[in-house]
Structures are given as structure tokens and as C-alpha cells.
Design a protein around this ligand. Structure first.
Ligand SMILES: *Cc1c(COP(=O)(O)O)cnc(C)c1O
Length: 366
């Protein structure tokens, strides 16, 4: 087997132990004689997988009782429409406040505008998305339907390291957070949010599963146009089985949740993630050969975009990295450069190997 370290932004690296377990159970899950892919989603075998996954996720994030965990389809981009369709029913004329901190929140803004009035309360576009605009300067509505944030911008490498304190200025409007690329990477206070959503393929499991954690009082307000299969009320009332859920994705996510528990839970992972990010950013800051364009307080622990000052070396960097077993480091096409995504399943040794290579490459090409 080829040993590599995979820095893809998503679909991304999964814990080897999880893949090995899935491989060993592929043809015969727990003596059932079936692959998980072949099971009825309503049979006792899959129901037990579903229940355990929901319970483990609830434990890992200490999700309060008054929040539903929904397993959906449609991805992060799907939620950009599904969220307003589910939240705007009782106040269709209300405004959605949105904060533009990078590519993904930009897409959310465009999509939400199809369903409601949108107020872009703040934008970092003028700064090339190198920072999060100061909360005191956000131009918030007095009573928005909700406030949308992308708490980790996967492409731009900007992360919220605390929850903005805006409840008094917005009449307690719920915060909706797109956590696709950093959910389970750090401890969070779920009760500070109304809705948390994310596609699984960054930090949880395979593409195809989307997770939403929704406060009870925000369920049951869908616009009439909302497709039934995306109506959180129907989905919650049916235990995420209104229609066939992405069963295999839920199974793998469940194995990842068990792996996270064996690692010591989210707090332990967070410590490791801090260590990994520090190692990489120190490398970037210690030389003029590389450059991080995100201001220090806003740098993401999960997605680290960086540039070679001499961009003519980009192709050589990627080719030599690959020879060292360091793959999928090319930056997103919209921003260029490089990007190392260092999710939960990336071990410290992977980041160390990347840093060792980067230092060697810099000394050879300076
Ligand atoms: C990847 C990503 C998305 C889009 O997810 P899809 O599953 O492709 O729809 C949305 N938001 C963020 C922050 C992402 O990282």
C-alpha cells in the first residue's frame, strides 16, 4: 500500500482505522450477511447504526436536548437554500443578515437572496478576505429573521475563533452557522446557535451526508415552496427517515464518531489541531519564501492557504511534494497558490512531514 499524506480540502482524509473497519465489515456487517449498503433503512440493523450515530454526535458536541440532529442530503450548498426555505415561513418579509467572509458565505448570500431580503451586514471582500470585519462595525438589522455566518471559510482560510456577541443588537435573532469544514475540530457551545449545518465530506465522512443541528423552536416554519424532502419538520418527525437517508455515509460517519470518542473526544482533538496549525503557520512565518495572506487572529486551524513568493515554482513544489507522498496541496482555482487542509484525521506526523519538505524545498530554491 502506498503511504501518503492527503491534504485535500474535501472529500478529504478519513482515519485509517475507520476505513479498515469498514473494509472488514464490507461484505458482512456484524454477522448479518449483508453489507450496510444492502440494508433496508427501516430494518433493525440500520436503525441501530442510525441511533448510535445520532447519540454519539450528540455526546461529542454536547448537543442540548432542545436541538434536533438531522441527517440530510444536498450538501452545504443545498443548505444555502434549505435554511431560508425552512426559517422564513413565519416572517417572509423579514431580512436575513449575512456576513461575507469568503467564497462560501458569498455563495450563501447569493442563494438566500432568491428566498428573502438579504442584508450583507459586513464584508471582508475589500481586504481580500484576509480578516473578519470587527463585530462592532457590523451593520445588523434590528430584528433579522436570522444571522448567517460561515464560521470556517474553507477556501480563504479564515475562521471565527469565538461566537460574535450580537444578540442584543438583533433582538436575539438565531445565528445560523455553516460549519462544513470545522465541525468537530474544536469545542463549541451549540446553544449559542440556532442552526449549525455542514456537509460531511470535510471533517466527518464521505460526501452525500449533510448534518444539521436545529433548535426545536426553529422547526415548523417552512415556506410553502419548500420541498417536503427538505422540510426540517417532516424530517425531524420521521427521525431523518422521511425519505431514504444516505445510509452508507451515516454508517461511516458513525464509525468516525466512535473513533473521535476513542481519541478522547472533541477537546482532545482540538488540542492536536492547535498543535498542527501552529507547526504549519510557524513554518510559513519563519521564512520569506512562503506567505500566508490571512491576518494572524483569523487564521483557520483546518484550512491553510499559502503562497510561494515566486509563483513560477508552483509546479515544481507540487511535483516534489507528490514525490514525498504529500498530495492534494494545490490551492482552490479561484485563489491559486497552495492549500493544506489539516482536518481531524490528519496526524501531526503528516504536518511535520509537510513542514520538513517545505523547509527543504525553500533551502534548495532560495
Ligand atoms: C465544501 C463547503 C460547502 C459546499 O459543500 P457541498 O457539499 O459541495 O455542497 C459549503 N460550505 C463550506 C464552508 C464548505 O467548506
Amino acid at each position: 500500500m502506498t503511504d501518503i499524506f492527503n491534504f485535500s480540502a474535501g472529500p478529504a482524509v478519513l482515519p485509517k482505522e475507520v476505513l479498515q473497519q469498514a473494509a472488514s465489515e464490507m461484505l458482512d456487517w456484524h454477522g448479518s450477511g449483508m453489507s450496510v449498503m444492502e440494508m433496508s433503512h427501516r430494518g433493525p440493523e440500520f436503525m441501530s447504526i442510525m441511533d448510535a450515530a445520532q447519540r454519539d454526535l450528540r455526546d461529542l458536541l454536547s448537543v442540548p436536548e432542545n436541538y434536533q440532529i438531522l441527517f440530510l442530503q444536498g450538501g452545504g450548498l443545498g443548505e444555502n437554500a434549505i435554511v431560508p426555505m425552512n426559517l422564513m415561513g413565519s416572517r417572509p418579509d423579514a431580512t436575513i443578515d449575512m456576513v461575507h467572509t469568503g467564497s462560501w458565505s458569498g455563495k450563501s448570500i447569493q442563494e438566500a437572496a432568491k428566498y428573502a431580503k438579504v442584508n450583507v451586514a459586513a464584508s471582508a471582500q475589500g481586504n481580500g478576505f484576509s480578516r473578519i470585519p470587527d463585530v462592532s462595525e457590523w451593520n445588523l438589522s434590528a430584528s433579522p429573521a436570522y444571522v448567517h455566518l460561515c464560521t470556517n471559510e474553507t477556501i480563504d482560510g479564515v475562521e471565527f475563533h469565538s461566537v460574535p456577541d450580537i444578540a442584543e443588537r438583533t433582538a436575539g435573532a438565531p445565528i445560523v452557522a455553516d460549519m462544513s469544514s470545522h465541525i468537530l475540530s474544536r469545542e463549541i457551545d451549540v446553544s449559542a446557535y440556532g442552526v449549525i449545518f455542514g456537509g460531511a465530506q470535510k471533517n466527518i465522512g464521505p460526501a452525500g451526508l449533510t448534518i444539521a443541528i436545529v433548535r426545536d423552536d426553529l422547526i415548523g416554519h417552512a415556506l410553502p415552496c419548500c420541498p417536503s424532502a427538505f422540510d426540517w419538520k417532516k424530517i425531524a418527525d420521521n427521525g431523518s427517515m422521511y425519505n431514504t437517508p444516505p445510509t452508507y455515509g451515516i454508517y461511516i460517519a458513525g464509525l468516525v464518531f466512535q473513533w473521535l470518542k476513542r481519541q478522547g473526544g472533541v477537546a482532545a482533538l482540538e488540542q492536536r489541531n492547535i498543535e498542527k496549525a501552529q507547526l504549519l503557520y510557524q513554518c510559513l512565518d519563519s521564512t520569506d519564501f512562503y506567505e500566508s495572506r490571512v491576518e494572524v487572529p483569523f487564521r483557520s486551524r483546518m484550512n491553510v492557504p499559502f503562497y510561494l513568493r515566486d509563483e513560477r515554482l508552483n509546479a515544481a513544489f507540487l511535483a516534489e511534494a507528490r514525490e514525498h507522498g504529500l498530495i492534494q496541496l494545490k490551492g482552490h482555482k479561484s485563489v491559486g497558490g497552495m492549500r493544506a487542509s489539516i482536518y481531524n484525521a490528519m496526524p501531526l506526523e503528516g504536518v511535520q512531514a509537510l513542514v520538513d519538505f517545505m523547509q527543504e524545498f525553500a533551502s534548495q530554491h532560495s
